[in-house]
Write a protein that binds this ligand. Structure first.
Ligand code: ACM
Length: 263
C-alpha cells in the first residue's frame, strides 16, 4: 500500500484557492491514503470564534468536503484533511476521512493548543479507527501528539496508521512522532504546513513544515522541507504494524502492566 502527505502553504481565508491547490496536488500524488494539514482550507490564525464560524463548513457539505470527495473518487484514494467544522452554533478544529464513496469519519481535535481554546469547542468525538480496506486508520490532530494516550488508544483499537493533520509551530513533534510510532508499532503520517500568519500585528506564527512518515520501527520513510511546500508517498507493509512482538518473549500490548497505570 502507498501512503503520502501533502505539505501546503495556505493563504488565510482563501478557501477556494487553498482547496483547489490541494486538489491539483492530490491528482499528482501516487498514494492510496493522502494526508493534508490541519485547517488546510481556511488557514489557522482566526481572529476569533465568529470568524472561524464564518469560514467553517458542515462536515461532508462544504466546498472542501465536496472537492476532496471528487478527488478521492477520481483517484480511488482515501484522504484525511483538517478543516474548520461548523455544527449548528459550534465550531470544531476537525479532520475528515473521505474515501471514493464519501465521508467515512470525522475527528474533532481533543487537545486545543493556545488561542485555539478561545476559538474552537473542544472535541467530543471518540478516538475511532476506520477500516479502509488495505489498512485501519486512526486520526488525531497536531497538539494531540503531546498526549501519548491518543496514539496509544488508537493503536489499542487496531490502528495500523495514524494520520495527523498538523499546523506545527513548536519544534518537537517530528521527533516525538517517531517515538509514537515505535512505542505503538504503527505507521504515522504527519502533514504540516509552511509559511507565516500574522493576523495580529507583532504576533506572527511561523509553521515548521517537516511533514513526515514514520514506520513502526521509527525509520523516517519520508520527510519534507522546513520552509517549502512539498509532497511524498512511500510504499508500506501494513503487516508490520500488526506484529506487536518486540522480541519472541515481548508483546507490546500483552506485556503492558495496566494494573500499575492510572489509566
Ligand atoms: C497545533 O496544535 N496546531 C500546534
Amino acid at each position: 500500500m502507498k501512503i503520502g502527505f501533502i505539505q501546503t502553504a495556505p493563504v488565510f481565508g482563501e478557501i477556494k484557492r487553498n482547496v483547489d491547490n490541494a486538489s491539483r496536488r492530490i491528482a499528482l500524488l501516487d498514494a492510496e491514503l493522502i494526508v493534508l494539514p490541519e485547517l488546510f482550507s481556511t488557514g489557522y490564525r482566526f481572529k476569533g470564534r465568529k470568524e472561524a464560524l464564518g469560514l467553517a463548513e458542515d462536515a461532508g457539505e462544504g466546498y472542501a468536503s465536496t472537492v476532496l470527495l471528487e478527488a478521492a473518487k477520481a483517484k480511488k484514494t482515501h484522504i484525511v484533511a483538517g478543516f474548520a467544522e461548523r455544527k449548528g452554533s459550534r465550531v470544531y478544529n476537525s479532520a475528515m476521512l473521505i474515501g471514493p464513496k464519501g465521508l467515512i469519519g470525522v475527528y474533532r481535535k481533543a487537545h486545543l493548543f493556545w488561542d485555539e481554546k478561545k476559538i474552537f469547542d473542544p472535541g467530543d468525538t471518540p478516538l475511532r479507527v476506520h477500516d479502509i480496506g488495505k489498512a485501519r486508520v486512526g486520526m488525531m490532530i497536531c497538539f494531540d501528539w503531546v498526549f501519548p494516550e491518543v496514539c496509544r488508544t488508537l493503536a489499542l483499537r487496531g490502528a495500523d496508521i495514524i494520520a495527523q493533520p498538523s499546523n506545527l509551530v513548536l519544534p518537537y513533534c517530528p521527533a516525538a512522532m517517531i517515538t509514537r510510532s515505535i512505542e505503538n508499532r504503527v505507521y504515522s503520517i504527519t502533514a504540516n504546513r509552511v509559511g507565516t500568519e500574522e493576523r495580529k500585528t507583532g504576533k506572527a506564527l511561523r509553521f515548521i513544515g517537516s511533514s513526515q512518515i514514520a514506520a513502526p520501527d521509527g525509520t523516517v520513510l519520508a520527510a519534507a522541507s522546513k520552509t517549502r511546500p512539498g509532497a511524498a508517498s512511500v510504499e508500506i507493509d501494513v503487516k508490520r504494524a500488526r506484529d506487536k512482538k518486540i522480541t519472541p518473549m515481548n508483546d507490546l500490548f500483552k506485556d503492558r502492566r495496566a494494573d500499575l497505570f492510572d489509566l
